[in-house]
Design a protein around this ligand. Structure first.
Ligand code: LLP
Length: 385
């Protein structure tokens, strides 16, 4: 069986459940992204929503990445953990006045604006604060990401971004405003995208919209194509680093940049997904009438993805070399959806065994909750454990 390289002796001394981060893998992933982007002159803003663990953030900021934030608190968290305000972008359909003010007060690089009323709100608040606000308009490209419905964002039926029919109004608002500086256009079509033709379709749309603006005499310094690159949940050891070369090459091949234009990305999952593991213990093995339940001390409170999206995470018993048996792996929470997998083959297991739930670095710890009055999970790191 293909298992991750875990410090099992140490794990056995720790209370479960907890998150374990492989810092060497994170660094290698970051180095790969840098290698693929620096020569091309691309800028990457790490999407904090995927994982805002301070140690993880410091690793990422220390290598010069920017930050993609979706709340006022995420902006403050990015700043606290070493991201410079000059590299912070701020997206979100419901930015409150207070959150916009956080962005203005900290002179962030850019607001990714998602509606005309939001543009007006930023304009008003910037004027009151005596600030110039740099904005990029988030355009809903109506491109299908071919991913899970809940993490598709670039279709007309989704709440995100402006529609193309709003664009003439954007231009007239900009012409009237003394405080808004339109520097770019922004897109994000969804998450866990494994079919890269979706990105090709996005590039076609970006070229079209770019041309529409050029015809109106408007040019941009920033083209931000968002994030969404998927990871391999089935084979985390074989593909511990996403195929960044293919991904960035696709943009190089399909999106010609004008003089002075920079291509920006907002990657979350593909940066942190594979370096995180949720470590848990078996509380009980319960023989049902037709099923065998493996009941863990981790549940949807620590890792919500399976319950919310039916997402698959590879589950390994790292203390057993027994023959594979079929289990339903469940958590302790009082919800039937608190299930990590049904009819999964795992080495024969017993109460007290240590279980690794893989590829949990993105949208794992970040989405954990205190439901059932549970404690939020602790985290440990490969270089300090
Ligand atoms: N930029 C924007 C505007 C976004 O909305 C997102 C993710 C990203 C960038 C980063 O996308 P990534 O590279 O991580 O795919 N909780 C879900 C994923 C939600 C993604 C939301 N937006 C999950 O666990 O699959």
């Amino acid at each position: 069986m293909n298992k991750g390289n875990f410090p099992l002796g140490k794990f056995q001394t720790l209370d479960t459940p907890f998150y374990f981060y492989d810092i060497e893998l994170l660094r290698e992933t970051l180095r790969t992204v840098i290698q693929e982007t620096s020569a091309r002159g691309y800028e990457v803003h790490y999407a904090l929503k995927a994982n805002a663990n301070p140690r993880v953030l410091k690793e990422i900021s220390s290598l010069g990445f920017g930050a993609d934030c979706v709340s006022g608190n995420e902006i403050l968290c990015a700043l606290d953990n070493g991201f410079p305000s000059s590299k912070i972008v701020f997206a979100g359909v419901g930015k409150t006045d207070k959150e916009i003010q956080v962005g203005l007060d900290n002179d962030i690089f850019c607001f990714n604006v998602e509606s005309l009323p939001e543009m007006e709100a930023i304009d008003e608040l910037a004027a009151k604060s005596g600030k110039i606000a740099q904005i990029a308009i988030r355009i809903n490209p109506n491109v299908d990401a071919n991913t899970h419905k809940y993490i598709t964002t670039g279709l007309e039926e989704n709440k995100f971004g402006l529609n193309e029919s709003d664009l003439p109004e954007v231009i007239s608002l900009i012409q009237k405003s003394k405080t808004l500086r339109l520097i770019g256009m922004h897109f994000h079509i969804g998450s866990q995208i494994t079919d890269l033709t979706s990105y090709k379709n996005l590039c076609i749309k970006v070229r079209e919209i770019k041309k529409w603006f050029i015809d109106k005499g408007v040019s941009f310094e920033v083209i931000n194509v968002g994030g969404g690159l998927g990871i391999d949940y089935d084979y985390p050891n074989d593909h511990s680093i996403a195929n960044f070369e293919e991904y960035f090459q696709l943009f190089e091949n399909n999106l010609e940049l004008d003089e002075g234009q920079t291509l920006h990305f907002e990657l979350g999952r593909s940066i942190v997904g594979q370096c995180g593991t949720l470590v848990s213990r078996i509380v009980y093995i319960k023989e049902g009438r037709t099923k065998k339940f493996m009941i863990l001390d981790a549940g949807m409170t620590e890792l919500l993805r399976p319950a919310l999206y039916g997402a698959f995470h590879k589950i390994e018993n790292i203390t057993s070399n027994g023959k594979p048996c079929k289990y339903d792996v469940v958590g302790p929470i009082c919800e039937s959806s608190d299930t990590f997998g049904e009819d999964i083959f795992i080495n024969e297991s017993k109460r007290g065994d240590v279980i690794a739930i893989r590829s949990a670095g993105a949208y794992g710890e970040a989405m954990s909750s205190k439901y059932n009055c549970r404690n939020l999970p602790e985290s440990f790191f490969s270089d300090t454990i």
